[in-house]
Write a protein that binds this ligand. Structure first.
Ligand SMILES: Nc1ncnc2c1ncn2[C@@H]1O[C@H](COP(=O)(O)OP(=O)(O)OP(=O)(O)O)[C@@H](O)[C@H]1O
Length: 298
């Protein structure tokens, strides 16, 4: 295990453009520990292995023994179209697989929310179909744009209520999420008194109380200050399963996402792996600006 794990760790860390120091900080260990893991001198404990798998969005099997990642198709959309006063989505063909962290990009009004609403089943397409290879009741979670929180509740009461609604009874799992989302010291604070960033983190925690196959986030950090945005995306690393997010946090996409989709003129105008964009020495913002302007300069 040692050699493969060490090699995998180096590869994944470099792919994510993380230094040993940067990774050590995320795991609350020393840089020397990372170095020892990578050299095969010592193995991390299971808790750190799970965190590593989360941070790199990979299977434990892939991390430990290099077994190829399962690539299950979760959702397929075929020739989707949707019009309001005028056509918004014209011909959307898209597949979402397991272990993908997808950022859905596009100008204001390009139809991102309309597409997400179709995917989660909040509205119906005029034509085309969505094939879901998961149970929408159990395997889909959504973090909406607005915080659906009870401001007068304390944080622990809010979490308990949400856990009850979702029928999550494993107390240890709930406590672990609270620790992961760094909300331990706010447990007795009234939800209404949390900062904007803390509220969004609490919403993400609630959306992730149950492990789901697909998590959908609609502009999760809108209106937040820079510090809260960083804070939020740090917690995002604990998401298991696949994610589809509408976001304009370009710096964060570079760090936390695996794939970007660009919606333009009613179609998926570009669909690219973040690693491919980086290997061309581009940031996601540079890529987005170039792709989104294509055909508009003539
Ligand atoms: N329920 C609706 N009734 C009428 N028009 C709608 C409705 N929902 C969306 N639209 C229109 O569809 C178009 C796409 O809207 P949508 O909200 O999907 O875009 P978006 O890419 O999410 O935009 P933004 O980045 O501004 O959030 C817009 O022109 C919008 O006015």
């Amino acid at each position: 295990m040692k050699n493969i794990f060490g090699t995998q760790l180096v590869l994944l860390r470099q792919k994510k453009k993380l230094s040993q120091e940067g990774l050590a900080k995320k795991l609350f260990v020393s840089r020397q520990s990372i170095s020892k893991w990578e050299n095969g001198e010592v193995e991390p404990g299971i808790d750190k292995l799970i965190l590593l798998a989360e941070i790199f969005a990979v299977d434990l099997d892939y991390l430990l023994v290099g077994k190829s990642q399962s690539r299950e198709v979760l959702l397929e959309s075929k020739h989707l179209s949707k019009s309001f006063d005028s056509p918004v989505l014209k011909d959307i063909n898209l597949s979402i697989h397991s272990h993908e962290r997808i950022a859905l990009l596009g100008s204001n009004g390009s139809g991102k929310s309309t597409l997400v609403n179709l995917i989660v089943g909040l509205s119906k397409p005029d034509a085309g179909e969505i094939i879901r290879h998961y149970n929408p009741k159990n395997d889909l979670s959504i973090m909406p744009q607005d915080n659906l929180l009870v401001n007068t509740y304390r944080v622990n009461e809010q979490v308990a209520l949400s856990a009850q609604i979702q029928r999550v009874t494993d107390r240890e799992l709930i406590n672990q999420k609270i620790r992961q989302f760094n909300l331990e010291s706010q447990l007795k604070t009234a939800v209404g008194k949390l900062s904007g960033g803390q509220k969004r983190r609490l919403c993400l925690l609630i959306a992730m109380l149950r492990p789901v196959k697909l998590l959908i986030l609609d502009e999760p950090t809108v209106g937040m200050d820079l510090e809260s945005i960083d804070d939020f995306w740090d917690s995002f690393e604990h998401v298991t399963g696949s994610v589809l997010t509408i976001t304009h946090d370009f710096n964060q996409i570079d760090q936390y996402f695996t794939r970007v989709l660009l919606l333009k003129d009613g179609v998926i105008a570009a669909d690219e792996l973040v690693a491919n964009i980086h290997s061309n020495n581009q940031t996601i913002e540079q890529w987005y600006r170039r792709e989104n302007q294509k055909g508009e300069r003539a």
